[in-house]
Ligand binder design. Structure first.
Ligand SMILES: [Zn+2]
Length: 510
């Protein structure tokens, strides 16, 4: 992300000067954004003129700079920085400056339908309490209906129709997404032809989990063919969320039965957008962990098999791929208990700065993040998670490195972020086991209805790509052999009874 430039006031005649409210109007026509920013300059002792600087985007073309006495024709511009003197006149305490500029080709378009305006507007960070409150306002008008926004920490936003409003302190860095597309789905707009009924129906899981509503009109969902996806997003991933409510899915995943889980995984990133605004580093452990948690949960709700975290193979009996009869199907675990044990034993800390696109430990990282969320769930329950989301949203101090990120998470989530850590390996393994069996207890306001009966295994891809990135690990099954292994069915039945007994015994032992 580009660094936001902060404007400094410069002294005129050695008096104290200050800058007050910045109010901007942004209007988009075709692909050009026109910006009018008005700001006040103050001086404690009356002065004839002010020297000041203002920052505009580098590719902006200045239309005019004016103050109360008229146009300011002499200004210096270096890149995006303009410096100028106000017009000289009678001695006064206050002056108002209006800078107007336009930015050609300011709009990025996705699939011809979804548009994105991203801009930075200067603002003042210094507080001079004797003058009016230092604030930055912006009203942004776009030619189509706003889909959503994103803005930096310290700013609030709202939108209606074709306009969005921002207010806060200091420089503003915002994004407005918009489209004229409508849809019959309650929570999604399919930009590509894709069926989102199931995702729409299961969407309340996200609200139930976070205790929040999404900050967008709807989520726009776009599928892109492999090549284009790899070119514009990251080839290693299957899905991608972009701020402002945009979900991208690799076209090849659109018809697979884990598609809904994938869409809701990406939508969960959208739910996290605001609560995680204080994170200004690339660390994404919690963001990914909670999204994977939702994805696993959705897949389980749908009756799909899911792999264990740091545990054992998930084995079941299902229809054989491409031939008659039943097969023993296996999903390998995501990470092993040995890996987690070593991570702790060797005092590793790479999870602090973990992000799937850079790290070599993709599977481990996702599993670790998901395990944290599962343990959080076990320890604090559904209500505890919602409270944690409230606290996340209230964080006011940005974090700029992975240590601060980790510390901030510890404080807001009220947990040590070391799931299942123990000095005894056996205890670690037992803890993992519990975390793997707890998932089905998540209360949800969603009635899945007949879908649960309708289990379909055929989508499982035995040639699965393995660990190439986000959301891929669960696509692969292995060991499709031995048709009609009835014992397997009995064994898993017994395992279920054992699990059930364990839970019942646990209840009695409380
Ligand atoms: Zn993700």
């Amino acid at each position: 992300m580009k660094k936001i430039l902060i404007i400094l006031g410069i002294l005129a005649f050695f008096t104290i000067v200050a800058q007050g409210v910045v109010s901007s109007e942004v209007e988009v026509r075709n692909s050009t954004a026109r910006v009018n920013s008005t700001f006040n300059l103050y001086a404690e002792e009356e002065t004839n003129y002010w020297n000041t600087e203002w920052q505009i985007p580098e590719k902006a073309e200045i239309i005019s700079i004016k103050d109360s006495l008229g146009e300011i024709e002499n200004y210096e511009r270096i890149g995006g920085a303009i410096s100028f003197e106000t017009n000289r006149g009678d001695r006064r305490n206050r002056e108002t400056v209006k800078v107007s500029y336009k930015i050609p080709n300011a709009i990025k378009t996705w699939q011809d339908e979804v548009k994105v305006l991203q801009l930075q507007i200067s603002g003042f960070n210094d507080r001079y309490e004797e003058y009016d409150e230092e604030k930055t306002y912006a009203r942004v008008e776009v030619p189509e209906k706003v889909l959503g926004t994103s803005e930096n920490l310290g700013f609030r936003s709202s939108f209606e129709g074709g306009a969005a409003n921002f207010s806060g302190e200091g420089p503003l860095n915002f994004k407005v997404t918009y489209t004229d597309l409508e849809s019959n789905y309650t929570h999604f707009i399919p930009v590509s032809p894709v069926n989102l009924s199931e995702a729409d129906r299961l969407y309340p899981i996200l609200e139930s989990f976070t205790g929040r509503k999404a900050d967008f009109r709807k989520f726009a969902v776009m599928t892109l063919p492999e090549g284009e996806y790899g070119e514009k997003l990251e080839a290693w991933s299957d899905g991608r969320y972009k701020k402002g409510g945009l979900i991208f899915i690799k076209e090849s995943r659109a018809n697979d039965s884990r598609f809904t889980g994938l869409v809701l995984h990406e939508a969960m990133h959208g739910f996290n957008q605001r609560p995680m605004k204080w994170v200004r580093t690339r660390s994404t452990m919690f963001d990914e962990g909670s999204s994977r948690f939702i994805e696993t949960y959705v897949n389980q709700k749908k009756g799909l098999h899911t792999s264990e975290l740091f545990g054992n193979d998930t084995i079941w009996r299902g229809e054989c791929e491409g031939k008659e009869g039943y097969c023993r199907l296996t999903l390998p675990p995501r990470g092993t208990s040995e890996q987690l044990w070593e991570y702790y034993k060797e005092n590793k800390s790479f999870m602090m700065g973990w992000t799937p696109s850079e790290s070599g430990s993709v599977t481990f990282g996702y599993a670790y993040g998901e395990l944290i969320v599962r343990q959080l769930f076990v320890e604090k329950g559904a209500v505890g998670i919602r409270e944690a989301y409230n606290r996340l949203e209230e964080v006011e101090t940005p974090v700029k490195n992975s240590e601060e990120y980790w510390q901030g998470l510890k404080e807001t989530l009220k947990t040590d972020l070391e799931p299942c850590k123990s000095s005894e390996k056996q205890k670690l393994v037992q803890c993992i086991k519990e975390a793997n069996s707890e998932l089905s207890k998540i209360p949800s306001d969603v009635d899945i209805g007949e879908e649960e009966e309708n289990v379909n295994y055929t989508e499982l891809d035995p040639e699965g790509a393995g660990e190439t990135g986000e959301n891929v690990a669960e696509n692969s099954t292995r060991n499709i052999t031995e048709p009609d292994m009835l014992e397997e069915g009995i064994e898993s039945f017994l395992e279920r009874i054992r699990n059930w007994l364990r839970k019942v015994l646990k209840l009695f032992n409380r």
